[in-house]
Design a protein around this ligand. Structure first.
Ligand code: GLN
Length: 202
């Protein structure tokens, strides 16, 4: 089973480095044919308006939508989460609409563009996860089939799963904690058991 990382823009190299530490050689995806036979794909953080334009330019939109419908694993982090959502609060960028969530970009305001927080995420085990938020989006609507893996203290979800699909507002690839990547590899291998979780504070 091979997995890929969308490598048109953003911090794809960091994801590839983590996967390689887990013993997985990930394929860099730039064109539709690179998606062939992949068990899963990570869409990294970066700048969603640019990602969106490049996806259109390289004819990646339809193949990515097809991949999700086929049940292969897709994980969007930060800008990647914006791109896999059903809708966002602005007209631009145009998301792929593959996960039943609504997303607000840059949800934490300019003066607090970045912050780090330890989150309890049951699906990842008992140790808190050190989450890095960089000009991060937040999830403002979750569909019926979407499971909230983790929410902030104000109940806004920041990690969600819908079967083979996963989205995180933050950047696990910037830490030395590989639990999300291992979890994604399980999804890519076809294990998408539901897990329930809270932020531990409620
Ligand atoms: N603010 C960026 C956007 O809207 C996302 C930032 C990130 O991926 N770290 O696309």
């Amino acid at each position: 089973m091979e997995v890929g990382v969308l490598a048109v823009q953003g911090d794809f190299a960091e994801h590839i480095a983590v996967l390689s530490k887990l013993g997985v050689k990930a394929r860099e995806v730039r064109l539709p044919e690179h998606l062939e036979s992949l068990g899963g794909l990570i869409i990294p953080g970066g700048e969603s308006t640019t990602l969106s334009r490049l996806m259109t330019l390289y004819n990646l939109r339809e193949p990515l939508q097809k991949m999700a419908v086929e049940g292969r694993a897709v994980w969007g982090t930060c800008a990647g989460m914006i791109m896999i959502s059903q809708e966002i609060t602005e007209n631009d960028p145009v998301p792929l609409g593959i996960m039943d969530i609504g997303v607000q970009r840059n949800a934490f305001g300019r003066q607090v563009d970045s912050f780090e927080q330890r989150l309890d995420i049951k699906a990842m085990g008992s140790d808190p996860f050190h989450a890095i938020f960089i000009r991060a989006p937040v999830i403002i609507r979750v569909g019926n089939d979407v499971e909230v893996l983790c929410a902030l203290d104000d109940d806004r979800p920041v990690a969600v799963q819908q079967g083979n699909l996963m989205a995180t507002s933050f950047h696990p690839e910037l830490t030395n904690d590989y639990r999300f990547h291992s979890y994604f590899l399980e999804l890519a291998n076809g294990n998408s058991n539901g897990h329930s979780c809270g932020n531990g504070s409620s």
